[in-house]
Design a protein around this ligand. Structure first.
Ligand code: 4AD
Ligand code: MG
Length: 460
């Protein structure tokens, strides 16, 4: 039988009606006369209080109602006598569905995030991770809603691919070859013809290239799927497996691209403020008293837009000592990005980066040095979005492919779009976990995805 969820019960007026809930015990306290049991079923951050009159229950039957146990309760919903909740359940029957003994690791006390990461199979049962994963769900839903409402089509791009979209060479290989007995070509190289796909394949680092093919037919598309990067970055902002949202738009230039990205981010933050109030208030009170104000400020202000060249000038002349020196042509480091965001006190969109530090597919500017890239930098997070207008001119693109020594035959299908009905287009990628980091105020990206994959860590 499906029972009422706590989120529903807490919205209901208690007038003695019969109800039944099932959930997990957070705490049990009380005395010889009465037991108070806080039950959470994950539907909402709040618990429902179950009051057990000990005249009706034997001490033995209540003994197993321990922190972590799963119980079902039948009783009456009544106005609460105590503080902190409007209704509570006066229990008639309590059944322990699944016991949890004293070795259950989440006994009532504060746990460090590091410890909770080690028990990622149980941490969703804490208030914090319940809040984070509910917010994560609402954000995923909001992504689909945003694009669907604007006529974008959700395109499922492949997870296994033969290409390296970003050209960074940080790919996990996919193979069914026996690693202990690899088939070799006469020259000693591995014979991938014998592999499952008859060629070398890897997990995708981005759905963009295939996304562009979709945009050249459906006009406006987006992808939303897992992406994989074997970069050895042990930072609080990098995962080896993360989710990315990549819209791709025919007939958009870089300005249209920036406008969409800014509107999209503001929509998502506003959606969180409107939809995830209870969870955000909890996180705000527990971890980060500035969280809600910071979210609000992103919604309220226009993002600052400036070129990479202007940003570098500013960094060079600001008088700040940086650990990594900055000069035109170098990739910006975290500290530089932080400085810019703090300087303007708002998100910053940087455009027109040096061609040499960006991917091959970006549209070249007439200066011969820069490309129409755009990165969006957020407070604390740094880069949250990376995107660009795409090089739609066949000659320019093929030249770049050759200069960068990208195997042409591997992406001939991509280059084909520039031969058959090419047009101006643009797109970007939003790192979903970086968004969730920003929205929740968590400080480590490992704490906003249920089961993080990072170097030397693929537990669960
Ligand atoms: O800047 P990136 O590498 O851009 C692309 O992949 C483009 N193909 C996107 C496009 O134009 N369609 O990655 C996009 C975003 C970054 O801004 C960041 O938010 C996130 O993906 N990201 C990561 N998030 C977590 N862990 C990692 N290792 C990440 N690498 C990138
Ligand atoms: Mg990037």
């Amino acid at each position: 039988m499906i029972t009422t969820r706590v989120a529903e019960l807490l919205k209901t007026a208690g007038n003695g009606q019969a109800v039944e809930v099932r959930g997990w015990v957070r705490t049990r306290r009380g005395n010889k006369q009465v037991a108070f049991i806080a039950v959470n079923d994950g539907s909402i951050i709040h618990n429902i209080q179950v009051v057990a009159d000990m005249e009706k229950f034997s001490e033995d039957s209540i003994k197993k109602v321990t922190t972590g146990a799963c119980i079902s309760v039948k009783g009456k919903l009544v106005p609460s006598q105590g503080q902190g909740q409007s209704v509570e359940i006066q229990a008639d029957e309590i059944h322990v569905l699944g016991e949890a003994d004293e070795t259950f690791p989440l006994q009532k006390k504060g746990h460090s995030m590091e410890f909770l990461r080690e028990i990622a199979h149980l941490r969703p049962r804490t208030n914090t991770f319940g809040a984070v994963f509910r917010i994560r769900h609402h954000m995923a839903f909001a992504v689909h809603k945003y694009f669907n409402d604007r006529g974008f089509y959700y395109l499922h791009t492949p997870i296994i691919t033969g290409s390296d979209a970003e050209g960074a060479g940080e790919m996990f290989q996919v193979t069914t070859l026996d690693l202990h007995n690899l088939p070799k070509n006469p020259d000693g190289s591995i014979n991938h013809k014998e592999d499952f796909f008859g060629k070398a394949t890897n997990l995708t680092v981005s759905g963009q290239l295939e996304g562009e093919l979709g945009a050249m037919a459906l006009g406006l598309i987006y992808t939303f799927g897992p992406t994989f990067r074997a970069e050895n970055s042990n930072t609080p902002r990098h995962l080896a497996e993360f989710w990315m949202i990549e819209p791709e738009m025919a007939f958009y230039d870089i300005k249209d691209n920036m406008d969409l990205a800014e509107d999209f981010l503001k929509y998502l933050v506003r959606y969180a403020l409107d939809t995830c109030k209870d969870d955000l208030e909890f996180l705000n009170s527990m971890y980060d008293k500035g969280l809600i104000a910071r979210l609000q400020s992103v919604v309220d202000q226009p993002f600052e837009r400036l070129t990479y060249t202007k940003a570098v000038e500013l960094l060079e002349t600001c008088g700040q000592k940086f650990e990594f020196p900055v000069s035109w042509g170098t990739d910006l480091q975290k500290e530089h990005e932080n400085y810019l965001v703090e300087h303007f006190k708002r998100p910053v969109i940087l455009t027109d980066y040096p061609m040499t530090i960006k991917a091959f597919y970006m549209k070249q500017n007439d200066d011969g040095k820069t490309v129409r890239a755009m990165d969006i930098l957020f407070p604390w997070i740094g880069e949250i979005i990376g995107g660009s207008q795409r090089e739609e001119r066949y000659e320019k693109l093929i030249q770049r492919v050759r200069d960068m020594k990208i195997p042409e035959h591997e992406i001939s299908w991509y280059i084909d779009t520039r031969k058959f009905g090419t047009c101006e287009h643009a797109g970007f990628g939003l790192g979903f976990e970086r968004l969730i980091l920003f929205i929740t105020g968590m400080t480590n990206i490992r704490d906003v995805i249920p089961f993080p994959r990072t170097p030397k860590n693929a537990e669960f």
